[in-house]
Write a protein that binds this ligand. Structure first.
Ligand code: CP
Length: 313
């Protein structure tokens, strides 16, 4: 199987084999990152634009570093200091950036479908870095990469995603990736944030946290996405934490080899106890490290790379 897509817009439309090409390519790039000289010339002469219209720390910086490691030129677009503030449209902004010879546009936007929209008229590649509550494909790919690295497989694993599922693009992309690769996915949180409709995506839905964590090989915690909630979804943060937060007491009831994940940013003391976040059971910072290799793989593939066989690791 080789990669043949110009864009990475979502996980939903990828086949399991395409997901595996990304993961295997990322593995080869991770090996490159362990060499003394970490840079490769794969994107020499190409220009990558980070078009982030929503805040980001991990995704924006790791895409920037990934592009630099591939020897691309990188432009970081800052929405607050741009002509978007003067009423310029997203389409005109993107077309002007393309007129400056942007080859790959990485976009984060609050609107679902913004990357798909750009892909319809830009000549270059578009990579979705998070669109509203819809998808965050590179987060799911780096999460899946981390699970495979830690557990040696994806198929047959019990993965619990705990928290605000309704407003989470990370949850949706993870559900697509994990179910396509044969994991059993359980979703848990308050009924207002984890409606039963998610069962249609092939997941188990429960509102009982003890049941959700008991047989989990992986517990992936999500923060409450206040920025996307239009009304109050639960009585108080304190009540959420006592009913659904991962604390020391609940950790005594999880499998001894279960690992704890979180896409970040974490809200310490809300969805996760600080001590657990910083413990040896947490792979949160390894997820960030793996995000670099995964984003190198994605940029390499959308720029015309075919797969890991082209990387001399
Ligand atoms: N996980 C994630 O998308 O983090 P940022 O918002 O900091 O990019």
């Amino acid at each position: 199987m080789t990669w043949n897509r110009k864009h990475l817009l979502d996980i939903e439309s990828l086949s399991p084999e395409e997901i595996m090409v990304v993961l295997d390519t990322a593995k080869a790039f991770k090996a490159v990152g362990e060499r003394a000289i970490k840079k490769v010339p794969a994107l020499r002469g190409k220009t990558v634009v980070n078009l982030f219209i929503e805040p980001s720390t991990r995704t924006r910086i790791s895409f920037e570093l990934a592009a630099l490691r591939l020897t691309a030129d990188v432009i970081n677009f800052t929405a607050e200091a741009s002509s978007l503030k003067k009423g310029e449209t997203l389409k005109d902004t993107a077309r002007n950036l393309e007129a400056l010879n942007a080859d790959i546009m990485i976009i984060r936007h609050s609107a679902t479908g913004a990357p798909h929209f750009l892909s319809r008229f830009l000549k270059g590649s578009v990579v979705n870095a998070g669109d509203g509550a819809h998808e965050h494909p590179t987060q799911a790919l780096l999460d899946t990469f981390t699970i495979r690295e830690k557990k040696g497989r994806i198929e047959g694993l019990n993965v619990t995603i705990l928290g605000d599922i309704l407003y989470s693009r990370v949850a949706r992309s993870n559900i697509w990736a994990l179910t396509k690769l044969g994991a059993k996915v359980t979703l848990c949180g308050p009924s207002t944030l984890v409606p039963k409709i998610f069962e249609k995506m092939g997941c188990r839905v429960t509102h009982n946290v003890e049941e959700a964590i008991a047989d989990a090989d992986i517990i992936n915690l999500l923060r409450i996405q206040h920025e996307r909630q239009r009304k109050t979804m639960f009585p108080s943060i304190g009540e959420y934490t006592s009913l659904y937060g991962l604390n020391k007491d609940r950790m005594t009831r999880v499998k001894p080899d279960a690992i704890i994940m979180h896409p970040g940013p974490i809200n310490r003391g809300v969805e996760i106890d600080s001590e657990i976040a910083d413990s040896g059971r947490s792979v949160i910072l390894e997820q960030v490290t793996n995000g670099l290799a995964v984003r190198m793989a994605v940029l390499f593939l959308v720029a015309g790379g075919k797969g890991p066989q082209e990387i001399g690791a």
